[in-house]
Structures are given as structure tokens and as C-alpha cells.
Design a binder for this molecule. Structure first.
Ligand SMILES: [Zn+2]
Length: 388
């Protein structure tokens, strides 16, 4: 048993909530915000980023499924694209300030060496509240295998997200000065991860991760580090100065510091179904952070599935079959393999010419699978859900 103390980092902790109630977010201050207006919206290209998940579970209900992870990724993609279905609920006065970050997240499908990869590390633990545990030398236990957690996977190239129980916070993100280190990344407690069908839950839509990714890309809370007016703020021009966090789902308007507050911004503490958007200036800060501090995590389509243009492969799926169609004339010797998210080989074929290849998936256990097709200097990967 490793020595741990049941306390989260002082610098990550602001005990502002009622006793017994879990804090919305454990972050206090991410980074000074500078150069927030350097990037013009019209010049933005879509940036793709690979996510790696570490599921640390004590009981089976905390063993978040790959399908739940994919649903969670859908949520952050909608929120970061400004395509979320509830955007119309943003008050009229703020509608023109809605930002679109054009950042797309995918479950990692390749290792740093270009091999098929589930993007998910899964491990049972006997530690209670593993996400709160700090080692005697100040390390967050969940992020270190030697301490009983799971080591960050190339944090300079992937966003690492640990899912582990915390009874103190829903989420917490390493500050920017830890970018690329073994401590870099985001921790989310399982009761705030993905889509939760519990009417009592305030974190039922997966927006804890949206909020924490805001921190990951350099955003502060709307009220800054300390509460009150005329002190520090979030450093963002188009978010009104705000005295303190909001909770629940207040009616608009709520006025502090002389103006209506933007409590429906993702960087506030309201309930998931009341968190709606990032502002344009917040988006500028996130893009600047991504391109100047975290550029190593940006991947292009050709990085993720290199040489796929040579293959010209389409994949279609029915309830019981996966159909892989190749429109290239000849591929030479080609390997087709399907892996489970645990890395187990499920299906393998050697193909000389690949035109239409049909695989019966009816007997497979329900889950997420990775299709990988290899030939000399050519490869193609595709992640899909199948089985019953
Ligand atoms: Zn926060």
C-alpha cells in the first residue's frame, strides 16, 4: 500500500461549496491570458485532436464503457463547434458573442508509432476516491502507475483524460505550466462523465469535460481567481465581469458588477443543461493556447489515418454485418484486422485484392472495435460499434 493523503492539491482547490456537496470544478487559475485577439476567426482551420482515456474503476458502475466515451466525445465536439442543439437558449444579448472553436476531438486510434490503438486504458483499483489521492511527494496518484494509477500516454501528443471517482470535485485540469508533463491532462469523476440518465444529476450532459477542456486550452472561470468586483476577472473582454460562480440554473438576467452575467457560459458552474457556449474571445484564447503552447497535440487527417487516400476504402454497417469496399484496383498483399478496445485480435484476413469484404459481427459482444487494413506503405483505420 502506498502512502497517500486524502487531500487534493491546495492550488487546485477552492472550497466554496456547501459542505457535503461536490465542487463543480477544482481549478483555481489556469494561466495569465495574453494575446487573446491574435487569431482572426475567418482564418481558422479545423484542428483535430486525439484523446486517450484512462478508466480507473473500483466498482463495475465506474467502468465507463467505450460507447459512453464515444457519446461523451460527441458532446464536446458539438459544444466546441458551436453546433449544440440548445444554443438557441443563449439570451439574445449574447447571441452575437457565441464562438465556434473549430476544434474536433477523436478517440485516439493510433499509437505514437502508428499502430492500431483503442485509445482507452482500463484498470481496476482498490483505492477509494482515487481521483482525490495525493502521494506523499505530492503526485496525483491516478496519473502514476507506480502509485496505483495509470501513466499519462504521451501527453505532448494526446489529451489524457482520467476517469476516476472523486467525492470532492466533478473535474480538475492540470494548469498550463504542466503542459506536456506526466501530470498534464484532465480528471473527471464517473458521475460527471458522459450522458447520465438521472433527472437529479446536475452533470448529466457531459459538459464537465467541455468545461475542463476550456481550462486545458487556457481559460479561467468567468469570475477569475477571487470573487468580488473590481478584483481580478477572467481576462476575457467579451465576458462581463462577474462577482462569483452561479449554480443550478438561474433565470436571466442576473446582475453583478454592474452588468448582466453570462452564467450560461461553459466556464461557469451552472447545471449541464444550462451551460451553452464559449464566447468568441474565449475561442481566440483557446486557439492561441492550442497553436502556441499545445501545438504537439494537433493532428491532421493524414496523421491519423496515413495513406488512406491510396486505399479509397468505404465502410458501411448493418445490424449484423460490416461491409468494407475498396475502389482501388489492386493493393498487393493486404492484411485486414479487427481489434477490441482491449487490443485483442477479433478477426483477421489476408487479401490480395479487396473489392467488397463482408464480416459477420452478429456473434461479437457489444462493444467498440477497431478495423485496421495494412498493405505496403498503406494503411487505414476505422473505429466502430458492433455486436449484441
Ligand atoms: Zn473550472
Amino acid at each position: 500500500m502506498y502512502p497517500v493523503i486524502h487531500y487534493i492539491f491546495i492550488f487546485l482547490c477552492i472550497p466554496i461549496f456547501l459542505i457535503g456537496q461536490k465542487e463543480r470544478c477544482g481549478n483555481e487559475h489556469i494561466a495569465p491570458v495574453t494575446g487573446s485577439s491574435q487569431l482572426k476567426a475567418e482564418t481558422r482551420s479545423i484542428k483535430t485532436i486525439q484523446l486517450v482515456f484512462h478508466v480507473l474503476y473500483k466498482v463495475e458502475e465506474e467502468n465507463i464503457s467505450a460507447q459512453d466515451i464515444l457519446e461523451q466525445i460527441d458532446r464536446i465536439n458539438l459544444d466546441f463547434a458551436g453546433k449544440n442543439e440548445d444554443l438557441g437558449l443563449v439570451p439574445d444579448v449574447f447571441q452575437d458573442l457565441i464562438g465556434k472553436a473549430n476544434i474536433t476531438f477523436v478517440l485516439a486510434s493510433e499509437t505514437v508509432d502508428g499502430l492500431p490503438f483503442s485509445g482507452i486504458f482500463r484498470q481496476q483499483t482498490d483505492l477509494d476516491n482515487i481521483a482525490n489521492q495525493i502521494s506523499i511527494d505530492g503526485k496525483q496518484v491516478i496519473k502514476y502507475k507506480l502509485l496505483g494509477g495509470s501513466d499519462a500516454y504521451f501527453p505532448e501528443s494526446y489529451i489524457n483524460i482520467w476517469i476516476g471517482r472523486s467525492d470532492e470535485v466533478f473535474g480538475v485540469t492540470a494548469p498550463l505550466d504542466l503542459a506536456g508533463t506526466g501530470d498534464d491532462g484532465i480528471i473527471i469523476t464517473p458521475d460527471a462523465f458522459g450522458i447520465i440518465e438521472d433527472p437529479e444529476s446536475v452533470t448529466n450532459l457531459g459538459r464537465t469535460l467541455t468545461h475542463e477542456l476550456g481550462h486545458y486550452f487556457g481559460l479561467n472561470h468567468l469570475w477569475g481567481t477571487s470573487k468580488g468586483c473590481g478584483n481580478d476577472d477572467d481576462g476575457i473582454e467579451d465576458t462581463p465581469e462577474q462577482e462569483a460562480p452561479y449554480s443550478d440554473c438561474p433565470e436571466f438576467p442576473q446582475v453583478t458588477c454592474g452588468s448582466a452575467d453570462m452564467f450560461m457560459n461553459f466556464m461557469d458552474f451552472t447545471n449541464d443543461d444550462c451551460l451553452l457556449f464559449f464566447s468568441q474571445e474565449q475561442v481566440n484564447v483557446m486557439r492561441t493556447t492550442l497553436e502556441e503552447i499545445r501545438s504537439g497535440i494537433i493532428v491532421t487527417t493524414s496523421d491519423i489515418s496515413s495513406h488512406t487516400h491510396d486505399f479509397d476504402i468505404t465502410v458501411s454497417q448493418s445490424d449484423f454485418e460490416l461491409t468494407i469496399t475498396n475502389d482501388s484496383s489492386s493493393l498487393g498483399e493486404t492484411t485486414l484486422a479487427i481489434y477490441s478496445t482491449a487490443g485483442q485480435l477479433i478477426h483477421k484476413d489476408m487479401l490480395n485484392e479487396l473489392f467488397v469484404h463482408v464480416i459477420d459481427t452478429n456473434q461479437w459482444p457489444r462493444g467498440v472495435y477497431i478495423l485496421a487494413i495494412y498493405a505496403v506503405d498503406q494503411r487505414f483505420t476505422h473505429t466502430f460499434v458492433a455486436g449484441y
